[in-house]
Write a protein that binds this ligand. Sequence first.
Ligand code: NZQ
Ligand code: ZN
Length: 387
Amino acid sequence: MLGNFTFYNPTKIYFGKDALDNLKDELKNYGDVVCLIYGGGSIKKTGLYDKVMAILKEANKTVVEDAGVMPNPTVDKLYEGIKIARDSKASLLLAVGGGSVIDYAKAVSVSIHCKEDPWQKYYLDFKDVDNEIVPVGSILTMAGTGSEANGGAVITNPHQKLKIGHVFGPNVFPKFSILNPELTYTVPKYQMIAGIYDIMSHILEQYFSGDDDNTSDYVSEGLMKNLIKASLKAVKDPYDYEARSNIMWDATLALNTLVAMGKETDWMVHMLGQAVGAVTDATHGMTLSAVTKAYYEYIMPYGLHRFKRFAINVWNVDPTNKTDEQVAKDGLNEMLSWMKEIGLVMNLTDLGATLDMVDDIVKATALGGGYKKLNSDEVREIILASF
Ligand code: NZQ
Ligand code: ZN
């Protein structure tokens, strides 16, 4: 573990079939007014809304609702949410949903008392929060983003064709998150597999960097093996509790800052995916899977040793009598086969993107990288190779 680091994750996690039982006691830590934030209505269909409302009522809370948070929440919706939470003087923002709902709640939480325009301040200028933050709690209904235990809050500005994530500090992490794997049973298959690949991508973005012998990489390899095994089971049987619970906890550990410790990290698949998302509004995990093949083929020569380790340790590739290049390629091909097997979108065409979008995608891509820092010509090359 080279260098110095601080690990601090203050989110309290309640995990398991009975996790929701803890909400009533948690609510004692906050004031009278709770702003209940949720998405397009799945929580009403599943009955979770009624259960949460009953607990809030029992706890004598005044509930203000902020509904209709869309996947890839927009800046316009953010302005709406700020007003609802500000006018009601909410003392807790209770986010019930997936990453979009929780990200959005965090963005609202730092904006309620913000004097400037939050899009400009946090997303264009990347300024820190210097005003009061209204606490967020979450009840997670879909596994993938890790938003339940991190400071990430991704907002899309369709007018500017930008999708930007601000990673806020631990003071913005949810104070508590309730994780019942059974709540994920009703997630549509398309969303479930997108979430699974989001988890894989989060791990890869951290794993594909650095050359040192690092504890984080061993943890990442375990998380990836668990994810691969559990994903194949969950695709066959969405009601497999063991598989769904392993996926859910894997998602949290993949992006609660743990496996980033001592790592330079990459995040370029996410930069490409976010740019695609800004232009297409496609599902996050699918924007990542669609650019994966082209990106990793491009950077493989620059990080060959790590691709070789990935092949052997994660995909059980036998290196006997093979060149390092061959081992590395075999590993990537194993991953691509797994991605196809679970049903992911493997190119931008199948995602609905068209060639006339390429300029906007390239423009919206923040440059960076791990083993290879990309320039915009290289980004264009990778995007074109993803069609
Ligand atoms: O809106 P509802 O009706 O709730 O339906 C949602 C939505 O349509 C549905 N869903 C969720 N739980 C369900 C369910 N349907 C039935 N049963 C359930 N139990 O699934 C759809 C997708 O939900 P969404 O929250 O958009 O998915 P996800 O969790 O993948 O979140 C995506 C957002 O998170 C951002 C992405 O960019 C995107 O905006 N990310 C956040 C990160 C972070 N905070 O660290 C990191 C990620 O890399 C990612 O960028
Ligand atoms: Zn992601």
